[in-house]
Design a protein around this ligand. Structure first.
Ligand SMILES: Cc1cc2nc3c(=O)[nH]c(=O)nc-3n(C[C@H](O)[C@H](O)[C@H](O)COP(=O)(O)OP(=O)(O)OC[C@H]3O[C@@H](n4cnc5c(N)ncnc54)[C@H](O)[C@@H]3O)c2cc1C
Length: 400
């Protein structure tokens, strides 16, 4: 059965986030962005609305909503500002859904439940100063001595690095495999901020997502109990990729929201501003930009919803999620550029949101797989060079 309609629950959720955003976020976001300030109150309010554990089943402290709901929340949040959607990506997508799928019952009790309830905030640490796209180039090691791992290394460009309590961290557990860059030597670990030897900081030079927190963390012989290893000792690479399937989904839906924000701001301005005696909306070349935003918005929405539909039914969606992420983030860059253009010189000023959209959109063309990595992936699927192999654990289908 093919059905493009949202359910009543979806519509209520969308409306709830929209109304909250109009009341609590929209009046403040310009100042937060200008002052490079992350407002922790938003975490509390998002937790109260059940957003932080959105698609986590109720038995693990979540709201038990389906994966389309996670997409809708991401889209609505990025309509307001990218910094809010990033919280969903790292906390709800990359971290919580990974623990739900790969975590032991003990890990779910100790970490997933408080995270889904919003009592603890979580993020994902894969990137390092010398390794982003090339995951096998990470240098962090976790060496086992007795029943503990000792982790040393540095993670860079980490969203919520200075905010999160818990971190899903990837490190080599096998130094011989590290030399050969054999990914079966990588493990995934849960690290708490409170662990001895852990320190973090915020990146001050960032020029986009200024109301969000992005930073680094260092681990100096951090002692990690064996019970915090997620999956098997050699499953870290697979887990990192699995997590990206969930994070990319929220990025795709978020970028869709950003395109909609660009479209709405452009429509408003194009009907206010006059040149040559008419609203600029009357000029065909302005219409062209707005038409492009509309088609990019609709196409992006269909793509992330298809990925969400596959997630709901428990089917593998790496390919579809990657396509949605690639298409919508590239389209959001186009929409934000045109949004500035529609606003003319005013688009070049912080008095209007177009400049913030333009600065914010670029990050998503880089993180969770750059534009180039996704392009190559999609080509490889079509060419038959790439196929998704079944993994030991798959995201659980949504149970209504
Ligand atoms: C705002 C922000 C937030 C982030 N949050 C997180 C986070 O929470 N957790 C985390 O782990 N990471 C995070 N990242 C890091 C992000 O995932 C990496 O920046 C990304 O994976 C790219 O890695 P890189 O920056 O090292 O670029 P590189 O991998 O060095 O790439 C540089 C350029 O080379 C191109 N390139 C590289 N390899 C290939 C190839 N094989 N074929 C074609 N082109 C190629 C890339 O597309 C890019 O254009 C964040 C980044 C940003 C900007």
């Amino acid at each position: 059965m093919l059905d493009f309609d949202l359910t009543e629950e979806h519509r209520i959720l969308e409306q709830t986030v929209r109304e909250w955003g109009a009341r609590a976020v929209a009046p403040k976001i310009h100042d937060l962005d200008r002052e490079h300030r992350f407002d922790r109150n938003y975490l509390t309010q998002m937790a109260e609305m059940g957003l932080l554990g959105c698609s986590v089943p109720q038995e693990y402290g979540g709201a038990g909503m389906d994966y389309i709901s996670l997409g809708l929340v991401s889209e609505e949040l990025e309509y307001l500002d990218t910094s809010l959607r990033v919280i969903m990506s790292v906390h709800a997508g990359l971290n919580c859904l990974t623990l739900l799928t790969w975590g032991t019952e003990d890990q779910k009790k100790r970490y997933l439940v408080p995270q889904a309830q919003g009592k603890k905030i979580a993020t994902y640490g894969l990137t390092e100063p010398a390794a982003g796209s090339d995951v096998r180039g990470i240098q962090t090691t976790a060496i086992k001595r007795g029943d503990r791992y000792f982790m040393t290394g540095e993670k860079m460009w980490i969203s919520l690095a200075d905010v999160a309590d818990n971190f899903l961290v990837f490190a080599w557990t096998d130094v011989e495999k590290k030399k050969q860059k054999d990914p079966s030597g990588i493990g995934a670990f849960i690290i708490e901020r409170a662990f001895k030897g852990f320190s973090s900081g915020t990146l001050k030079e960032k020029w986009g997502i200024l109301a969000g927190n992005t930073g680094f963390f260092k681990m100096d012989e951090v002692e990690v109990p064996e019970s915090n290893l997620v999956g098997g000792p050699g499953e870290g690479f697979k887990i990192a990729m699995f997590a990206l399937d969930q994070g990319r989904y929220t990025v795709a839906a978020g970028a869709t929201g950003l395109i909609r924000a660009c479209r709405d701001a452009s429509v408003k301005y194009a009907k206010e501003r006059k040149t040559f005696g008419v609203e600029i909306a009357q000029h065909q070349l302005v219409k062209e930009m707005i038409a492009q935003m509309e088609s990019d918005y609709q196409a992006s929405r269909l793509l992330w919803m298809r990925a969400g539909f596959l997630k709901n039914s428990g089917r593998r969606n790496t390919r579809e999620t990657g396509l949605a992420k690639w298409f919508s983030t590239v389209a959001s860059e186009r929409a934000a550029g045109d949004c500035v253009q529609v606003h003319g010189a005013n688009g070049y000023s912080d008095e209007y949101p177009a400049g913030r959209f333009y600065r914010n959109c670029k990050g998503a063309v880089i993180y969770e797989g750059t534009r180039e990595i996704h392009k190559v992936m999609q080509a490889d699927y079509v060419l038959g060079y790439r196929q998704d192999k079944p993994t030991r654990c798959e995201l659980p289908a949504h149970k209504a």
